[in-house]
Design a protein around this ligand. Structure first.
Ligand code: IPE
Ligand code: IPE
Ligand code: MG
Length: 245
């Protein structure tokens, strides 16, 4: 495959397929989530090696609360232990860890662990890892709208001043760039309420590989596919090739 474009600076991933991976092995779904964490670890390392500057992963959606209570509890447990276990290594690799989503729904211990990890890694510059937990794209936009509404109501802002840049500045990933490449593993071809606003012009890549099976080679393949694409942002192919405005 021809690889000519730049490497994506920001990659977003819907890490789907843990449950099916486990069921195929006649193991409980939680076993799949454990394997999913191992896969994530390898992908973070690989992104670091490739020079990807931002990685955003969907770990738990606002709709995942609809799952059986036992699975949710095991997932929370896993998050908690993974955070404590991995934080030193993230710090050593100069990864900044950031959580996006409504964390107030999590148990206080997990919220504290998250805050500690964010504070500790805040100054790291090599790569930013955004973990979307209790995140929903609609929640994100509603939240931004509410904050803007408060400023309007307080008389600090007029409705005419509301534009795309202002709205984007109130979203969870504000300050970074929009994802260049959005990958979903597990074979489903849907967004499932991930980064609705931020993925407006992301290149989408779907693979049937289940998340625990998605390794560095699979990521290389996704990046190759991305690099072979032409991002036009509404312009014509001729314009893009001649780099005219
Ligand atoms: C994704 O894997 C992880 C979470 C949603 C937490 P799933 O648990 O959705 O796996 P499948 O889709 O059931 O195989
Ligand atoms: C999306 O996967 C959310 C995460 C990967 C965390 P789901 O498995 O929850 O998505 P649906 O329900 O199949 O759309
Ligand atoms: Mg799923």
């Amino acid at each position: 495959m021809k690889s000519e474009g730049a490497i994506p600076a920001h990659i977003a991933i819907v890490m789907d397929g843990n449950g099916r991976w486990a069921v195929k092995r006649r193991r409980p779904r939680t076993f799949g989530h454990q394997a999913g964490l191992k896969a994530l670890r390898k992908i973070i390392e690989h992104c670091g090696r490739l020079g990807v500057s931002e990685l955003t992963v969907f770990a738990f959606s606002s709709e995942n609360w609809n799952r059986p209570k036992t699975e949710i509890n095991r997932l929370m447990d896993l998050f908690m232990r993974a955070l404590d276990r991995e934080i030193d290594e993230l710090q050593a690799n100069e990864v900044r860890l950031r959580f996006v989503g409504d964390l107030s729904a999590f148990v206080p211990e997990l919220q504290e662990s998250v805050e500690r990890a964010e504070r500790r890694t805040r100054a790291n510059k090599r790569m930013t890892l955004n973990v979307a937990a209790n995140y929903g794209g609609r929640w994100d936009i509603v939240n931004a709208a509410r904050r803007i509404g408060e400023r309007v109501a307080a008389g600090h802002l007029s409705p005419e001043q509301i534009d795309e840049a202002l709205l984007a500045s109130q979203l969870a990933l504000a300050g970074g760039r929009d994802p260049d490449l959005l990958i979903r593993t597990g074979g489903e071809m849907r967004i499932s309420n991930f980064l609705l606003w931020q993925s407006a012009y992301s290149e989408l890549y779907f693979t049937p590989l289940l998340w625990p099976d998605f390794g560095p080679e699979a990521l290389d393949e996704a990046i190759d596919a991305y690099r072979a694409r032409e991002r036009r942002f509404g312009r014509t192919s001729e314009q893009v090739r001649t780099k005219s405005a």
